[in-house]
Design a protein around this ligand. Sequence first.
Ligand SMILES: [Zn+2]
Ligand SMILES: [Zn+2]
Length: 396
Amino acid sequence: MDLFDWVFGVVGFSLPWALVYFLVTTHITFVAITLYLHRHSAHRSLDLHPVLCHFFRFVLWMSTGMITKEWTAIHRKHHAKTETDEDPHSPVIHGLNSILLQGAEYYRDAIDEETIRRYGKGTPDDWIERNVYSKYAWQGVTALLFIDIALFGIFGVVIWALQMIWTPFWGAGVVNGIGHAIGYRNFESPDNSRNIFPIGIFLCGEELHNNHHTYPNSARFAVKPWEFDIGWFYIRILSYFKLARPVHTQPVVTTVSGKSSIDMDTLWAVINDRFRVMSTYARQVVHPTIKQERQGADSYFRKLLRRGRKVMSAHEGVLHERDKNHIRQITKRSPALKRIYELRLSLNAIWAKRSGNADEMLTQFRTWCLEAEETGLEHLRYFVQDLRTYTVPKRT
Ligand SMILES: [Zn+2]
Ligand SMILES: [Zn+2]
């Protein structure tokens, strides 16, 4: 390379090429984060061929300087302590703007010895990890700076700076911030997780964060037919070439038409699918009953009921005091909604404090179903009828 190349780079100052290069490199970094760090290392939901693991580790070293053990530990802690004071990055606790704009700082601040020891187990500890990736964590991104300059000259410094900002902003800021603040929920998981957007291309499927918190051990993040997880699309391609193998996907529950007996399999199927069951309860029981109650209600009660749809369907763990107050006002006025809400809480309580005694839980579940049917409320009766058809699929 002569002086001209160093100033203008081998490719030269070309905006289209710079853009293509930038988008491709940052996308590969995201693929490495979601497939290797997230689904493979933190959740063990995906097996990857050792060659692919090494490739992703090298990509992450070159593009982020993040260490697998640290990322894995912080992320597992996030799942273990979601929306509590100990959550490394909760917008519910720290505020959305803080996580959005300083997500990477929260990530770095959360790295401590105790967290790494407790949550970082089973991560790479081979020669290259000890002597290169962990020891010289920031030399990889420095090498990337020189590559960018070699390709695009002085303009390469700008590209490099954008690469350094891009991934932490979208990963640590948007997924951790927006993913727990704004978006839609498919499931009533006991946290504030949201699906940011149903088409997960830009963040490689990490957009589907409520689905992921509901089924953290699943290698596939899309659940609804209209949702798309490009990370899963890549997994399918890699699986075809025997480079990847999904260990878990979402819990499989089957239903047997006409089945009305409640046995242990019914109970396990319902527990496995409990967040989906609770969102079905909202859709099939809470919302239609609210609609019924709106008929003939005065304007003040109608206003109360409008907001009631959301708060009466949410997991009690994510409710603020004002939400609970709101529910109290509604249930004081409507005996039907009061009963429905009490039953919602008691259904949740069956698996919330799992004592480990399966027979006891089964008895509680059967009693719950009978109580729900005895209310005489039509929506509840249909809901229980559906629940009775649940079972776990027979292994062949
Ligand atoms: Zn989360
Ligand atoms: Zn996760």
